[in-house]
Design a protein around this ligand. Structure first.
Ligand code: NAD
Length: 260
């Protein structure tokens, strides 16, 4: 649909050695962007992911280790990338517990990785976008950036924070050829989610279809998971000329979750 219109652009995707980040990286590479993959590990298989994207899509792809819980490493990731036309803030973790039992260190880690990292990478990337005369900031928030669930205090606070940061980034760049938006996924079928299905089937004594519809997707009216390819496709759309005037907003890809 979009062909290789991102040739010559470089995309940095945080937390992209699995799941949504990897899916977004793949769709951006398919559209011609050079990509920088990232996580906090430095394994052969991390670098192999970059080599695979490069050979399959004819782009330059690198893997750069940086821990998104540390502000200086977030900024160093962008510096090492050298160029950052498209910044996708995707790295994220989750922990579930009631507020009065929520481990303080988990609260800190979730706020650092899911929210603070986006501040640091955006701060480091905007000067590069201004230098290049074009830029896209795409924050992977969540339906939990717009709604809440019990026991997810840190995650919901961080994701609402990401949506707020997105709006401020958009206003500060409004007169420039730079946009900032948040994608708000509902439940996405990633390898981690896929791996939970057999356990859920056992716990609830249901077949796959029933456990997916009635337990896992209880809040997703479509009763179907979103996919990492759909997240990538939405990111590609936000990089297209059709989205030049879309800034400071959220795009829900949630099967109707936030319409409820
Ligand atoms: P995932 O666990 O597959 O991916 C998370 C990525 O972040 C991994 O690549 C991991 O290595 C990386 N990461 C974790 N800690 C890091 C750190 N300290 N430094 C650098 N990288 C780090 O999960 P996912 O489902 O693909 O989630 C990706 C994003 O999408 C997250 O922000 C998550 O909140 C959001 N999201 C996911 C869903 C879903 O249903 N899967 C729904 C809404 C939002």
């Amino acid at each position: 649909m979009f062909q290789k219109f991102l040739t010559g652009k470089t995309a940095v995707i945080t937390g992209s050695n699995s799941g949504i980040g990897l899916g977004v990286a793949e769709e951006l590479a398919r559209a011609g962007a050079d990509v920088v993959l990232n996580s906090f590990t430095d394994r052969d298989e991390d670098h192999a992911l970059a080599e695979k994207l490069a050979s399959e899509h004819g782009v330059t792809a690198r893997y750069i280790k940086a821990d998104m819980s540390k502000g200086n490493e977030c900024r160093a990731l962008i510096e090492q990338a050298g160029r950052c036309d498209i910044l996708v803030n995707n790295a994220g973790i989750q922990h579930v517990a009631p507020i009065d039992e929520f481990p303080v260190e988990k609260w800190g880690a979730i706020i650092a990785i899911n929210l603070n990292s986006a501040f640091h990478t955006t701060a480091a990337a905007l000067p590069l976008m201004r230098q290049a005369g074009w830029g896209r900031v795409i924050n992977i928030a969540s339906a939990h950036g717009l709604t809440a669930s019990p026991y997810k205090s840190a995650y919901v606070a961080a994701k609402h924070g990401v949506v707020g940061l997105t709006k401020v980034t958009a206003l500060e760049t409004a007169e420039e050829p730079i946009t900032a938006n948040a994608i708000c996924p509902g439940y996405v079928l990633t390898p981690l989610v896929e791996a939970q299905i057999p356990d859920q089937m056992k716990t609830h004594k249901m077949d796959r279809d029933e456990v997916v519809r009635t337990v896992m997707l209880a809040r997703q009216p479509s009763k179907d998971f979103a996919t990492v390819q759909q997240m990538g496709g939405t990111a590609v759309f936000l990089c297209s000329a059709a989205a030049d005037q879309i800034t400071g907003t959220t795009i829900s890809v949630d099967g109707g979750w936030t319409a409820l």
